[in-house]
Design a protein around this ligand. Sequence first.
Ligand code: CO
Length: 134
Amino acid sequence: MIGRLNHVAIAVKNLDASAAVYRNTLGAKVSAVDTLPEHGVKVVFVELPNTKIELLEPLGPTSPIAKFLEKNADGGIHHVCYEVDDIIAARDKLKSEGARVLGDGEPKIGAHGKPVLFLHPKDFCGTLVELEQA
Ligand code: CO
């Protein structure tokens, strides 16, 4: 059911400094900063030949990323995003197998303007999983 790895997301305390590490030290192509109040994050995408890295900085203390950074002071891998062809069909199959979909279970529009859902880490090897309709 899942397709390509769309991105790996890394939570960071300082987006500008982290973007500079990827741009300058690692020599990658990094997008401009995008602010997504509905997701409580500021984000840049690092473009790699085969996938992307999403760097996430919390937007305010109530951001879900702020809690993650309390437990992971240096930042760290926050979620992985897999592509699916049909997000509603994928959600319904996962729910029928007992997996938990976060929030109200309805897809939201993610950072790429496409529908996304998040799945409970306890059901997926301790890793928060995002599904994006490709
Ligand atoms: Co993501």
